[in-house]
Design a protein around this ligand. Sequence first.
Ligand code: GTP
Ligand code: MG
Length: 181
Amino acid sequence: TSRFAQFKLVLLGESAVGKSSIVHRFVKNTFDELRESTIGAAFLTQTITIPETDTTIKFEIWDTAGQERYKSLAPMYYRNANAALCVYDITSRVSFNRAQDWIKELRKQAPEGIVIALVGNKSDLSDNREVELSEVEEYVEQYNSEATGGGSTIIIAECSAKTGDGVLEVFNRIGRALPVE
Ligand code: GTP
Ligand code: MG
């Protein structure tokens, strides 16, 4: 028998890393070279199916604004989230540091058991890469070893909202990690 579940997902990360672009690729399968910076937050939904478990998952997506002046709004969106995408740009070390700050904040303030994905976007720009996957793995290994009892592990992924590479996979992996009754 098929099952249905609904989850709240929030995107966090520095401005211009491509949060809105990832969401638009996932929801509408489009890409905009000149996307405008998000004001406040945007809400979109998208449904996926997981064939192995015959489960349909509806994501209620909060795409937050990365600009510093909106930072204080973020807790409103992650407070009751089931999953979070902490997004960085693989060509920006600063944005990776910022994504780590978000993970620290989620660990302190977000609901226990929240599924976290650390997502490196703009994989199409790998010629200008500043963040290696190996150091992301090292960071997450360290994080996971410190997470005490029942702390959820972090999903690592790279994608390109521009080409679409790896985008659906991120949401599929999150869907598989979420608990369905
Ligand atoms: P805020 O809303 O300000 O927090 O930014 P954001 O994280 O939502 O970034 P947005 O999606 O607006 O993208 C910022 C810029 O990066 C835009 O010009 C996009 O076209 C570009 N961009 C987004 N994703 C990619 C990608 O995968 N590859 C490349 N080359 N450019 C991208
Ligand atoms: Mg945006």
